[in-house]
Design a protein around this ligand. Structure first.
Ligand code: ADP
Length: 599
């Protein structure tokens, strides 16, 4: 191109240079990153020369007029042609120096430092007076270079930024959704790398996690298909770039790694030029790194690094989620195995208890059988002695014999209870059922217990039993049930209290007998337990050999036998009592519900 000496050749900015086509273009954030033009001329260059150049290069927004490097004016394309299109324009201006035209235009150019952010530059350009609105602005680079920036280029860059911001928001929402909906770490990391590529161009990207002295790749994009990223790792060396990142917790960008003598290239991969590393930070610690590589030397803009850092943040969250999930899974497994262990221990304890219970039952069975024979012998001899006239004649001996006899009878009862409970335990209780009058049985029990109640100055009354229908059942067994309930009622009711046996028929199929007392009552916590064999609420030390002595504990078998018999009849037995209180004596009510037609 033949231009006069003081006309500088026009250079296209690198980002518009076709030679660089295909190379990744970074996200512009300042006006220095944008396509600008340094077409400048001396003040005496003829306007004709400038106009010719403007005609030849339609992309030039105008010309800067420099006088020994000092800008003395600017003539924009459209102002030039506007002037020349006036009737006298060609004549007056074409043959005169360009500075004349500039003076005539009298437009003060807008200078902006090259580091001005695009948004701010757009704002200052649009804030200009109306007649200057379409003028290019002048970007001032470090070192003094001045370049013209077309307003359209500026506006296009801003709209691109906005479009990027929009798509970024969409992507962030999508990643956020993935983060909260999937626990598939690989899926989320791949998505992060994929979305990042749409905003920040890169040739290769990798997410690495620190594992002791190495960084291990856990996700990658842009690597050759034969590369097995699971096998790829980078040793962390003393004060290397990763160590520096751990320390500063800030992104690091290297425009051209080929300028770094100690840069470690990875085997089998095309050599990197521009590189950026973003720390993955969790709980205030760097746990890994997001690495971005471009094959051409380039500068990552501050905006790109800031954006990449948000993707790195999401990768850190995904990793944390995965870690927590793995931890919960491990915790669950541990819990499961602990539960399993405990269950086994419980099962073993249960089996042991069952064995012990069996042994206890066996012992009671053996003991009661063994006791029965000598008891029968003792009872026989006592009977014989009672009828001996010599003993009958001696009042003292006679009384002692009565004592022995009473003891043997009580022992008999205890042994019988033991035998009953063994039968119930081993499900050997044989019921001999026939239709009988339960009301009459209860009346006879009242007669039997009347002297004992009188001894304790208690009122023993029976209500409404006459109206009971005959029922199907084993009268001997049911006698045992009410025998134990009445004995208990008398035993746990203080002197002067009362015991009432009442009956009613809740429906056609059932009858219900309630043995109520005005005794000490039973704590609700014990309502079920007292039906277990050998269970007693009081102190075992208070045991009494007397059948009805106040609170005199027995062997703890009465209620277990009663429940066994009632249930064998297909009935139910339960107790109601508000609490145990020896001062207030709230009393207890033992309910026995039996099917009229038997089991
Ligand atoms: P025991 O031979 O000890 O009387 P039971 O099986 O008949 O055994 O009764 C178990 C426990 O239930 C008793 O030790 C006593 O604490 C409680 N109990 C039974 N009946 C009554 C009642 N009417 N009032 C208060 N407590 C009772």
């Amino acid at each position: 191109m033949n231009l006069p000496d003081n006309v500088a050749p026009v250079e296209l900015p690198p980002t518009l240079n076709p030679a660089a086509a295909g190379a990744p273009i970074g996200l512009p954030s300042t006006i220095g990153d944008l396509a600008s033009y340094d077409f400048n001329v001396g003040p005496h260059v003829k306007a004709r020369t400038v106009v010719k150049e403007l005609e030849r290069r339609p992309e030039l927004p105008g010309v800067l007029v420099l006088d020994r490097h000092v800008c003395i004016g600017m003539a924009s394309r459209h102002k030039c042609f506007e002037m020349l299109s006036r009737p006298y324009g060609v004549e007056v201006f074409l043959n005169r120096p360009i500075q004349t035209l500039c003076k005539e235009l009298a437009i003060a150019p807008t200078f902006l430092p090259a580091q001005t952010r695009i948004d701010d530059a757009v704002q200052s350009a649009l804030d200009r007076p109306f007649e200057q609105l379409y003028e290019p602005v002048i970007a001032q680079f470090d070192g003094g270079a001045l370049k013209l920036l077309d307003l359209h280029v500026l506006l296009l860059a801003q709209s691109r930024l906005l479009a990027n911001a929009n798509s970024l928001v969409r992507q962030q929402i999508e990643i956020g959704r993935a983060l909260s909906s999937t626990l598939e770490l690989q899926e989320v990391l791949d998505m992060i790398l994929h979305h990042m590529a749409e905003i920040i161009p890169y040739d290769r990207a990798g997410i690495m996690l620190q594992n002791g002295p190495v960084l291990e790749f856990i996700a990658a994009r842009g690597f050759p298909p034969q590369a097995d990223i699971r096998q790829m790792r980078v040793d962390i060396l003393e004060s290397d770039i990763y160590q520096e990142m751990c320390y500063t917790q800030q992104p690091i960008s290297i425009p051209d790694v080929s300028q770094q003598p100690d840069w470690r290239y990875m085997d089998g991969l095309a050599a990197a030029r521009a590189w950026a590393g973003l720390p993955l930070i969790h709980s205030g610690y760097v746990i890994g790194m997001l690495s971005l590589t471009r094959l051409a030397a380039d500068d990552y803009s501050q905006d790109e690094l800031a954006l990449a850092q948000t993707f790195a943040g999401q990768a850190a969250i995904a990793l944390q989620n995965a870690r927590l999930y793995a931890e919960i899974k491990r915790f669950n497994q541990e819990l499961e195995s602990k539960v399993q262990e405990r269950t086994e221990a419980l099962q073993a304890a249960c089996a042991k208890l069952e064995r012990l219970d069996r042994t206890k039952s066996d012992f009671i069975g053996v003991a009661s059988h063994e006791l029965r024979t000598p008891l029968t012998v003792m009872s026989g001899y006592t009977q014989m002695l009672r009828s001996d006239p010599a003993i009958q004649a001696n009042q003292n001996h006679s009384q002692m014999l009565m004592g022995i006899y009473a003891g043997i009878t009580r022992l008999h009862q205890v042994v019988n209870s033991m035998l009953d409970v063994i039968k119930i335990d081993s499900r050997n209780l044989q019921l001999c059922c026939k239709t009988f009058d339960l009301g009459r049985l209860i009346n006879s029990l009242q007669d039997e217990f009347a002297p004992l109640a009188a001894e304790r100055h208690q009122m023993l009354s029976v209500q409404d039993v006459e109206s009971l229908p005959p029922i199907e059942g084993d009268s001997d067994a049911l006698y045992t049930v009410f025998y134990h309930l009445i004995v208990n009622a008398i035993k746990y009711t203080p002197v002067g209290g009362g015991v009432t046996i009442s009956a009613h028929q809740p429906d056609m199929d059932w009858i219900e007998i309630v043995v109520s007392d005005t005794g000490i009552g039973i704590d609700p916590a014990h309502h079920e337990l007292i039906f277990e064999k050998f269970y007693q609420t009081g102190q075992v030390l208070l045991h009494s050999s007397g059948k009805t002595k106040f609170k005199g504990g027995g062997p703890g078998l009465g209620l277990a036998i009663a429940r066994g018999i009632v249930e064998a009849h297909g009935g139910k037995i339960w107790v109601e009592s508000v609490r145990q209180d020896e001062l207030v004596c709230p009393g207890s009510q033992f309910h026995v519900r039996l099917p009229i037609g038997g089991n």
